[in-house]
Design a protein around this ligand. Sequence first.
Ligand code: NAP
Length: 233
Amino acid sequence: MRTWLITGASRGLGRALALHLSARGDRVLAVAREPAGLHALADRCGPGRIDAVPLDLADAGAIRPTLDAAIAGAGGIDGAINNAGIGAYKSFLAHDEAELLRILQVNLGAAMQVCRVVLPHLAARGGGHIVNIGSDLGRRPLANMAPYVATKHGLLGFSHSLLREVKDQRIRVSLVNPGIIDTGFGGGQEGHGDGHHSLRPEELAAQVVAVLDAPAGMVIDEITLHPLGQSDF
Ligand SMILES: NC(=O)c1ccc[n+]([C@@H]2O[C@H](COP(=O)([O-])OP(=O)(O)OC[C@H]3O[C@@H](n4cnc5c(N)ncnc54)[C@H](OP(=O)(O)O)[C@@H]3O)[C@@H](O)[C@H]2O)c1
C-alpha cells in the first residue's frame, strides 16, 4: 500500500484519481475545502482508504500545519498529486485583484508549498513522486484566461526545473497536461460529455496512474492528453 496526497480530491479529476488509487489498495490524503465531498468520497471507498483533509489552498498559512498533521497521521507519504485548480473565463481586467491572487495561489503557489512539505518526506524514504496537473494551456495562449494560463505556464517551468533538482534523490516530478475534461470546472456540469469532445475523468485518471507506475528508474516528465474532438489544438 502506498500513500498519496491529492489536492482537489472532492470532485472532477482529483476524485477520479482518489477512486482509482484507493480501489487498488492505496491510501489517499484527500484535500479540498468542502468536507462534505471528502466524506462522501471516504464513504464510497470504505474504511482506511481516504483521509479527509479539509483545507483551503488559498490560505497559504494553513497549508504546512494542516499537511504536516495529515502526513504524520498517515505515518508518511509516497507522493503527491497537485491537482486542485481554479480559473475563470473573462477578460484580464474583469478579474478583480483578490480573484487574480487566488488563482495564482491555488494553482501555483499552493503546488509549490505542497512540494516544500512533501519533498523532505520523500527524500527520507529514498524516493517518491510528485505529479503536477497542468493544462494544454501551459504551452499556448488563450484570450480571456490570462491569469489561469499564466499559472499553467508557471507550473510547467516549475515541474521541469524541480525535477532536475531532486532526481538524484530518486524523486520523480511529472507534469500532466490535459485538454478539456468532462468536469464541473468553471461552472460546467460533470458527467455530460460524450468521451470524444472531452476527456472522461476516470479514463484520464488511469493515464495519470500509469505515469505513477512507470518503472522506478524512469520518469515521464511531461505528457499531454487531448480528446480527439477538441477543436482548438
Ligand atoms: N476541466 C478541464 O477542462 C481542465 C482542462 C485542463 C486542465 N485542467 C486542470 O485539471 C485539474 C482538475 O480540474 P477539474 O476539472 O477536475 O476541476 P473541478 O472539477 O472544478 O475540481 C476542482 C477541485 O479542486 C478543489 N479546490 C478548488 N479550490 C480549492 C481551494 N481553494 N482549496 C482546496 N481545494 C480547492 C475543489 O474542491 P472544493 O471546491 O471543495 O475546494 C475540487 O475538488 C485542475 O488543475 C485544472 O486546472 C482542467
